[in-house]
Design a protein around this ligand. Structure first.
Ligand code: GLU
Length: 421
């Protein structure tokens, strides 16, 4: 591997592009289509004012990147964080295109972000910022154009504000403009748990595929937000032993298993997992390299890098987050024969349930939770099968197989539609 700096290694856009180029070359992708798919179709940057509680005006920068709308409306979350960059949102938008194609749902890929520190903002400030950001990009949103959803530091309430702002401008209630909404205003049963549920489903499939018994299977999860906590609870209910939970402010370890419901209560009460009595404190960096069968990075990008990949002991890495493993770390893990369930498959449960929500909103007919879950389970299990079979047939790893499968599907659609002139 050519020498690259750590800065290049952890640039999410470079990480995405490296995998895309590799998969496109393997596919013998037409050069023109390569150029079409390598870069996002549209990038919107807005700088907009918000009145803060102290009476001052703050100016925020927001992005919405639409990578592709070839297979359907753009789809993808909106994140709020001080670390948001255009390159990150670009990468995340491309990943959404590949993710929707891997699970074969009729969406393109998009992503949004606002540079802000939501932990330091009041509810009122967050609401005003969300509404103004929505208004700034409103002509590019819509059930048939681009449909946002929650992501890092955004939630059902954020989606309710976006839906309301959009609806006020349209002079009618348009529930299908966002997904991940509260149940009472067009949300779907099962959406909140869906990403965690998808993780559980692909882990089950991986254990079957690798012939590893579930009994006594030890799991370490980095991140205890919506994705990590739901994966932990659902997997514990299925009989997995959750031995480690790591968060940005520290982690916990218990070789006999951590009781997830009590930990959820503890976090709700204290705002942190720290101080939980029935586990030992352990730094999150140490948890990542601790002994276990399944490691689930479920927070942000660049958690497994050239710095720690060599020391990973897990047999399976299931990527609950987007982009947790760098391209350099991929090679190290491949040499160690770690079985990776790549992000664009592993965390696709969220967007799959978003697809169900969008369908239900447009029909005005809502499904039972068991229907959502059954459909979700079968899509994820089939997609796991598609990816692993593709990997075997083309002698590539799971990540490259998932990219190849996705790129092939999107490229086929573009060819069929033709290039508008
Ligand atoms: N933000 C989630 C993701 O990265 C969900 C996207 C969606 O539901 O549109 O997959």
């Amino acid at each position: 591997m050519a020498t690259i700096t750590l800065e290049q290694e952890i640039n999410p856009w470079e990480a995405q592009a490296a995998r895309f180029d590799f998969a496109a070359r393997k596919l013998n992708l037409d050069e023109g289509l390569w150029r079409v798919l390598r870069y996002p179709a549209r990038e919107i940057i807005v700088h907009f004012p918000v009145a803060m509680d102290n009476g001052h005006i703050e100016v925020f920068t927001g992005y919405r990147v639409q990578h592709s709308q070839a297979r359907g409306p753009g789809k993808g979350g909106i994140r709020y964080s001080p670390d948001v960059t255009l390159d990150e949102v670009r990468a995340l938008a491309s990943w959404m295109t590949w993710k929707c194609a891997v699970v074969n749902i009729p969406f393109g890929g998009a992503k949004g972000g606002v540079i802000c520190d939501p932990k330091k903002m009041s509810q009122g400030e967050l609401e005003r910022m969300t509404r103004r950001y929505t208004a700034e990009i409103i002509e590019f949103l819509g059930p048939e154009k681009d449909v946002p959803a929650p992501d890092v530091n955004t939630n059902e309430q954020t989606m309710a504000w976006i839906m309301d702002t959009y609806s006020m401008h349209m002079r009618q209630t348009v529930t299908a403009v966002v997904t991940g909404k509260p149940l009472s205003i067009g949300g779907s049963r099962g959406r909140r748990e869906a990403t965690g549920r998808g993780i559980m489903v692909v882990c089950e499939e991986a254990l079957k595929y690798l012939n590893i018994p579930r009994d006594g299977c030890r799991v370490i999860i980095q991140g205890f937000g919506n994705v990590g906590s739901n994966a932990a609870r659902l997997m514990q209910d299925r009989g997995y032993k959750i031995v480690g939970i790591g968060e940005y402010d520290g982690g916990l370890f218990n070789p006999n298993g951590i009781d997830i419901s009590s930990l959820e209560e503890h976090k709700l009460r204290n705002g942190t997992v720290l101080g939980f009595r029935n586990a030992e404190p352990m730094p999150t960096a140490e948890l990542l390299t601790a002994d276990c069968e399944i490691l689930i990075p479920a927070a942000t990008e660049n958690v497994i890098t050239s710095r720690n990949a060599e020391r990973i002991q897990a047999r399976i890495v299931c990527e609950g987050a987007n982009g947790p493993t760098t391209a350099v770390a991929d090679e190290i893990l491949a040499d160690k024969k770690v079985f990776i369930i790549p992000d664009i498959l592993a965390n696709a449960g969220g967007v799959t349930a978003s697809y169900f929500e969008w369908v239900q909103d447009r029909q005005g007919y809502f499904w039972k939770e068991s229907e959502v879950n059954e459909r979700l389970d079968s899509i994820l299990a089939e997609s796991f099968d598609d990816v692993t079979r593709y990997a075997e047939a083309h002698a590539v790893n799971n990540r490259i197989a998932a990219y190849m499968l996705a790129i092939d599907r999107v490229a086929f659609t573009i060819k069929q539609r033709g290039i508008y002139a």
